[in-house]
Design a protein around this ligand. Structure first.
Ligand code: GDP
Ligand code: MG
Length: 175
């Protein structure tokens, strides 16, 4: 593996119901679960070949809609890259991302933590409440990449995990 036993620690963030578990399970196990228990918080390890190089990824699929607790800050401290997920069918989940980002930056004492803005459920076009342009705008404000995904159709799923690893690597080169 790249850098011996180096594990890239990725954390899924976002409001309940946006598809954090669905994306994670598609990436790790190539399955789409309609009814994953929303209270389950779990970590998964996955080998992935990115740009021709093998990597080991540790993906923390967070759960719970409660306020930012000490526990939540604890896993934010351990994470190296964050996938900030909203649902394109729910405006509120989109607006929440600013708060998630502020917390990540505060906890990590850093303003350039590797993050990606992910607009999930793009297959549900009839129920869309957040436009692609709005998603792009937020990513521009955060100075980070942006993807629209569908866990249901397995669209752009590998791409977000590969890209966050690239972002973590770029940050290491900067530091
Ligand atoms: P979490 O609370 O963020 O982990 O959300 P889940 O992964 O449990 O997903 C919540 C619900 O949205 C479930 O019923 C999923 O099947 C559904 N869902 C997740 N991703 C997608 C998607 O890309 N498209 C569609 N149509 N449904 C999705
Ligand atoms: Mg979940």
């Amino acid at each position: 593996f790249q850098n011996g036993n180096r594990v890239y620690k990725i954390v899924m963030l976002g409001q309940g119901g946006v598809g954090k578990s669905a994306l994670t399970l598609q990436f790790v196990m190539h399955t789409f679960q309609e009814d994953h228990d929303p209270t389950i918080e779990d970590a998964y390890q996955k080998r992935a070949v990115i740009d021709g190089t093998p990597f080991l990824l540790d993906v923390l699929d967070t759960a719970g809609q409660d306020e930012f607790t000490a526990m939540r800050e604890q896993y934010m401290r351990g994470g190296e890259g964050f996938l900030m997920v909203y649902s394109v069918t729910e405006k509120r989940s989109f607006k929440e991302l600013r708060r998630f980002r502020e917390t990540v930056n505060r906890v990590r004492h850093c303003n350039d933590v590797p993050i990606i803005v992910v607009g999930n459920k793009c297959d549900l076009s009839a129920r869309r409440e957040v436009t692609t342009e709005e998603g792009q705008g937020l990513a521009k404000e955060f100075n980070c990449p942006f993807f629209e995904t569908s866990a249901a159709l397995r669209l752009n799923v590998d791409e977000i995990y590969h890209e966050i690893v690239r972002c973590i690597q770029k940050k290491e080169l900067r530091d």
